[in-house]
Every structure is written in structure tokens, then in C-alpha cells.
Design a protein around this ligand. Structure first.
Ligand code: FAD
Length: 455
């Protein structure tokens, strides 16, 4: 036991619970305070419920395409009660698993709300009515984020919804306007379209998924348009008004969308108010806590990880940061290690088709004048795509023309979120295209397009 180290963690999402587990494994005395459920907003409100609904929606749209597979078309009906029960059971299961693991590692778990009382003490108002003042050698702030609400609209939980109001799925809107076309906006557009809603997506730029590879965004736009979604490109919503039978969204270019519901998907804000950060001297920037590569704030023993750190808002990144914090608490990594490189984080968008990317983007390379080699192979060249009756999408690998080192890649198509792991590993381990090309992969498999793109 690292008896001189007491780590107190505020927030039990992916960042907090990963740090707790990794620190306990290293003999640190850990207390974790969570005000709702272990697993955090990732399990309770955002990542898990949205992906569970997308999985059901995806299964429904899959049945639209059965005739091409030699089967009769049949239309699936959604059972809202069964879907709700399914989401609840996944959430409970994941949260219980975290609880069981941390308990078995000796982590002291308190359900309650915490704030800093000083640079080495944390005050907790526990859910059971007790209060605690905990001494800490190290403190981790991992309190996550919440949806950002634009100043021209107030969500009412009825017609004007944040993403968190969409589950449990009490309603499937007849029609919905989604404001925001980043990752969350397009995922919700896909999800509601799968359940039969008429969807209008307000896209403030000239492409959905601003910042992503334009070729990738184009495939998604084409898919949306072929499914009957309306795209208001280059439009910013300026007002949202509840009418007798729905909601009216007016955009700055004069276009108007009248639908039964509106979903706001315009990003998030960090949960850092009321934590006592300012009083203790922790520097914040726009509410986020700036960190160094060890996830330390301006006060060395006060760490921040996950969405509050203002880095990539992804569960996977939050978990990795949490593990890095645990390493740092016991004096830094032992043995060979890599510093966290946010530029090498893989990410996925769970739309139809699925999208994933990692590392250097083609557009960024051109913008910086860096010479790159780009190879693109459509899935339609693989036997598996024909067998699946789904030839959409492609694999794109970006490499260094001089050394052959894999620098990045994008995948659009079925199982993109799984397939990107191959390129992510290559990017992280500085592998070369020949390492992918010479791997003996499975046939028939979509991954064969990866080997072809590496040629
Ligand atoms: C709709 C949606 C879908 C997403 N899908 C994905 C996805 O597919 N893949 C992916 O990687 N990421 C996804 N994300 C992002 C992901 O959910 C976040 O990046 C992740 O939850 C961040 O983890 P965290 O540990 O920082 O915070 P959270 O998961 O937000 O956990 C923070 C916890 O801190 C607790 N807390 C806050 N204040 C206090 C306090 N004072 N005292 C005690 N406890 C407190 C909260 O109750 C919460 O449980 C999605 C986000 C959204 C909005």
C-alpha cells in the first residue's frame, strides 16, 4: 500500500472510475465521490443510451434492405417499453460492473456531491445526509460536462429537447429539427430517421461534420438525402418558438423549419461551477481546467481528466487520462511508456454508414504543406461487401511517402468503428503501410480493403 498517498476523485465517469481502479491497483488509498451513478454521464445520459437507441434504430433500417439478401421485406415495429427496459438494463449492468470492480479493489465509494474545501481537503454532502471532510494528497476533478444551450432558446423537456431529454424514449417525434450537425447532431439525425421521424438538420457550415474529411462528410450527406432528410446548409438557427402543434425554427438565412420537436445538439459546457476551484486557486479557461501532459492543473497535485480538461470529449480519452493520472500520483510511469497524444485518438460516428478516423487528416496535411501519400479503396472491391449486400464506403490511409509510416486514416462503411483499430494501432506504434499490407488477414472480410489501401 502506498500509505502516504490518498487520492480523492470527484466524479465517477470514465475518467474518474478508470483513475480510481488504476490508482487502487498501485496501492493508493482512493475515495471516489459520485453524485449520480458510477459510470457517469457516459453510461447514464450520453454515450451508452444514444448508442443503444442507434443499435435498435440500425436494426430497424436493416430490415428495410432484406430483399437484397434474398429475404422478404418486413417492417419492424419499435416496442418503446422494451427498448426503454433494454437501455436501463445495459446502464445498470455497466454501472454495477464498475461498482463491483472498484469495491473489490478497496476503493471507498461515496454517493454525494463534492467540492474543494482547500487545496488538500474535499467536502462531501453525501446522499445519505451525512457530510465528510476528506484529506487528500492528490485530487482529481473529473466532473464531466452537460449540453450547451444557446441563449435564444430554453429547453422545456417536451417539444424543445436537449440530447439528454431523448431517453428514456418516451416519444418518437413525428418530425424533428436538429440544431447542430457535429457528431452528436448527425448521430441523432440518423437515430430519429431510423425510427421513422422526418428529420431536418440545421447545418451551420457548408458540410455536415465540420472539420471532418469532406469526402467522408459527402458520403454521409448523400445517405441522409437518399433517406429523405432535409439539410439546411449554411444556416444558423436564430429563434425557436413553440406553436399550437409543434415548434418553429427560424434561421438567419430566412429558412424556417416547422416540426413537432426540436433537439439541440450544439456542444457541451464543463461541470466546474461550485467546485471551489477559484477559491483554491485552480486556473480555469472558459470553465475548462487547462492541464499539462500529466493531466495536472496549475496546482501540481490537483488533476483534471475527461471532458472538464477541454481536450477531446470522448469516453476513451477520458479513461486513458484517468489511467495516466493514477500513474502520475505514484511518481510517473514505470518502464517504457507513451505520453498521451490526443492527435492519435481514434473516434467514430455511429451513423448509417458508420464513420471513423484517426491521426492526420488529408486536409490538415495539405493546409500545413506536409507531403503525404493517400490511398483510397472502396469496400465494393471486397467479396465481403457483396456478401453483406452493402458496398458503400471506403478506406483511406494516409502515410509518409518517404518512410511509409502510417500517419492517419478514415473509414466510411459497415463496422468502421471496429476496423479503424488497425489504423489506430499503426499510427500509435509508428508502423509502416507494409506492416498492414503484409498482415495475413481473414478472407472474406471488409478488412481486406485495409490491406489493399496499404499497398
Ligand atoms: C449524446 C452523446 C453521445 C456520446 N457518445 C460517445 C461515444 O459514442 N463514444 C465516446 O467515446 N464518447 C461519447 N460521448 C462523449 C462522452 O460521453 C464523454 O466524453 C464522457 O462521458 C466524458 O467522461 P467524464 O468522465 O469526463 O465525465 P462524465 O461521464 O460526464 O462523468 C462525470 C461524472 O461526474 C459527476 N459529478 C459532477 N459533478 C460532481 C460533483 N460535484 N460531485 C460528485 N460527482 C459529480 C457526474 O454526476 C458524472 O457522473 C458522447 C457524448 C454525448 C453528449
Amino acid at each position: 500500500m502506498n500509505v502516504d498517498k490518498q487520492l480523492v476523485i470527484i466524479g465517477g465517469g470514465p475518467a474518474g472510475h478508470s483513475a480510481a481502479s488504476a490508482a487502487a491497483r498501485r496501492g493508493v488509498a482512493v475515495t471516489l465521490i459520485e453524485r449520480e451513478i458510477l459510470g457517469g454521464a457516459a453510461h447514464l445520459l450520453d454515450c451508452v443510451p444514444s448508442k443503444a437507441m442507434i443499435a435498435t434504430g440500425g436494426a430497424m433500417s436493416f430490415t428495410d434492405n432484406l430483399s437484397g439478401m434474398g429475404l422478404e421485406d418486413r417492417s419492424a415495429q419499435v416496442d418503446v417499453a422494451a427498448l426503454t427496459a433494454r437501455i436501463e438494463s445495459i446502464k445498470t449492468r455497466l454501472s454495477n460492473d464498475v461498482h463491483t470492480l472498484l469495491e473489490s479493489q478497496g476503493v471507498n465509494i461515496i454517493i454525494g456531491t463534492a467540492r474543494l474545501a482547500s487545496a488538500h481537503t474535499v467536502h462531501v454532502d453525501a446522499a445519505d445526509g451525512t457530510t465528510h471532510v476528506l484529506e487528500a494528497s492528490d485530487i482529481l476533478i473529473s466532473t464531466g460536462s452537460r449540453p450547451r444551450i444557446p441563449n435564444f432558446v430554453t429547453p422545456d423537456g417536451n417539444r424543445i429537447l436537449t440530447t439528454r431529454d431523448c431517453y428514456p424514449p418516451r416519444i418518437f417525434p413525428e418530425s424533428v429539427t436538429i440544431i447542430g450537425s457535429g457528431v452528436t447532431g448527425v448521430e441523432f439525425a440518423h437515430m430519429f430517421a431510423s425510427f421513422g421521424s422526418k428529420v431536418t438538420l440545421v447545418v451551420s457550415r457548408q458540410q455536415v461534420l465540420p472539420g471532418k474529411d469532406p469526402e467522408v462528410a459527402a458520403v454521409l450527406e448523400e445517405s441522409f438525402l437518399s433517406r429523405g432528410l432535409r439539410l439546411f446548409k449554411g444556416a444558423r438557427a436564430t429563434s425557436v418558438e413553440v406553436t399550437a402543434d409543434g415548434v418553429r425554427v427560424v434561421c438567419d438565412d430566412g429558412r424556417v423549419s416547422e416540426t413537432t420537436h426540436v433537439v439541440l445538439a450544439i456542444g457541451s459546457l464543463p461541470n466546474t461551477e461550485g467546485l471551489g476551484l477559484e477559491e483554491v486557486g485552480v486556473v480555469t479557461d472558459g470553465g475548462y481546467i487547462p492541464i499539462n501532459r500529466h493531466c495536472q492543473s496549475n496546482i501540481e497535485h490537483i488533476y483534471a481528466a475527461g471532458d472538464v480538461s477541454g481536450k477531446l470529449p470522448l469516453s476513451s480519452v477520458a479513461s486513458m487520462q484517468g489511467r495516466k493520472v493514477a500513474e502520475q500520483v505514484v511518481g510517473g510511469p514505470k518502464g517504457p511508456h507513451r505520453h498521451l497524444d490526443y492527435d492519435k485518438a481514434a473516434s467514430a460516428i455511429f451513423t448509417e454508414p458508420e464513420i471513423a478516423d484517426v491521426g492526420l487528416a488529408e486536409a490538415d496535411a495539405f493546409a500545413s504543406g506536409r507531403k503525404i501519400r493517400v490511398t483510397k479503396v472502396p469496400f465494393s472491391t471486397t467479396a465481403k461487401a457483396l456478401i453483406n449486400n452493402d458496398s458503400r464506403g471506403f478506406v483511406k490511409i494516409i502515410s509518409d511517402p518517404a518512410t511509409g509510416e502510417v500517419l492517419g486514416g478514415s473509414i466510411v462503411g459497415r463496422h468502421a468503428a471496429e476496423l479503424i483499430s488497425v489504423i489506430a494501432l499503426a499510427v500509435t506504434a509508428n508502423l509502416k503501410v507494409t506492416d498492414i499490407e503484409e498482415s495475413l488477414l481473414v478472407h472474406p472480410a471488409l478488412a481486406e480493403a485495409l490491406a489493399d489501401a496499404a499497398e
